[in-house]
Design a binder for this molecule. Sequence first.
Ligand code: PAF
Length: 424
Amino acid sequence: MPIVYLGLGSNLGNRKANINAALKKLGAARITVEKTAAFLETEPVGGPAQDKFINTVAKAFTKLSPEELLTQIQTIEKSLGRVRSVKNGPRTIDIDILLYDQLKIKKANLTIPHPRMLEREFVMTPLNEIAPNMIKKMRIIKTIQNLRKELIKFRLQNQRIGFVPTMGSLHQGHLSLIRKSVKENEITVVSIFVNPLQFGPSEDFKNYPRNIKKDQSLAKQGWADIIFIPNEKEMLNSSQLTYVDVEKLTQGLCGAFRPGHFRGVTTIVAKLLNIVQPHSLYLGQKDIQQAVVIQKMTNDLNIPVNIRVCPTVREKDGLAMSSRNQYLSSAQRQEAVILYQSLQLGQQFIQAGETEVSKILRQMRERITKNSPVKIQYLACVDPVNLEPLKIINGNVLLAGAVWIGNTRLIDNINVRAISRKNK
Ligand code: PAF
């Protein structure tokens, strides 16, 4: 009999009772629930402000076809008071078909597997609990030779390979890159290598946070297929004499304060691209200079890869997620959001029609210095394509900054769209 996995959630009325009632009604509708995950309280995603949800995932057997199952579920939702007046609004009960055997269905009213399940913690956590084997088996590979051997199989089957290079200490920002790659490719490779070439002599290479076990479990949650964890000997032989240096783009912003950093990044990313030979490379907007530099490198060296820059993932207060956030004390953590607030202030000035960059940067600087002990390394307003500093705003711009909070250096940036002249 087909096995189905259903996601259940409720944030209106007696949430636990609603879910229990739904499980009972599923049984009565010839959908035999075999097990359910522990109830999980989660924040709502999308929609208006509303209460937290209780969620679970149920494994069930049914002879119903996917379409019949959907009809039964909608009947159960209705009988438990579900009203669909506000999109993503509060609801007594929500039941989603996550998986139906190995079926793939794409219809106007029904997509299986559920199209957003990978992005949803409230689905993936309970699903992992009751069906750890449903989550694809992730391979851990440590050598270049083994990785090449593995990947050639997929290449021969014309499968698309997505690649997420990381230095480990994975967080939700990395997870969003992994999930994007999983969505867009048949195979996703995540590399974890703390690259000594990109750290200056007084930087935090030795203390850079390393937590391989946690990284593996997060990559698995994202449904990565292969995690590549080479050691230093594997990646950098001591007689290496070749380095990749992108000129100009690496001079300003972070490059001005971290000599040699981007040379280290481009050298290692060029090597990784040659090893993995992915169709697409996934990078975060948070390290925008890195993304621009890597894009230029791949253009200049004719490396055939599609670069995908994904949005910065932020904490609730706006702080950009970063592996280095874990260095912050709780007082510093509270202060850290000031960088993002200063970028937002710059954005407000630009959107209000201010075009003089010196004035905008002064306001941004004051926002930080007047309100916190945070030390500014730089705040800049640059052209988003060539990263050249601007004097006058005359189109889309990139506002970027780096600050020191105690011994921790944090960076952030936002793209600001030009306001249309007509609206001025
Ligand atoms: O962004 C990072 O974590 C690193 O710079 C990268 C791209 C993995 C290269 O070491």
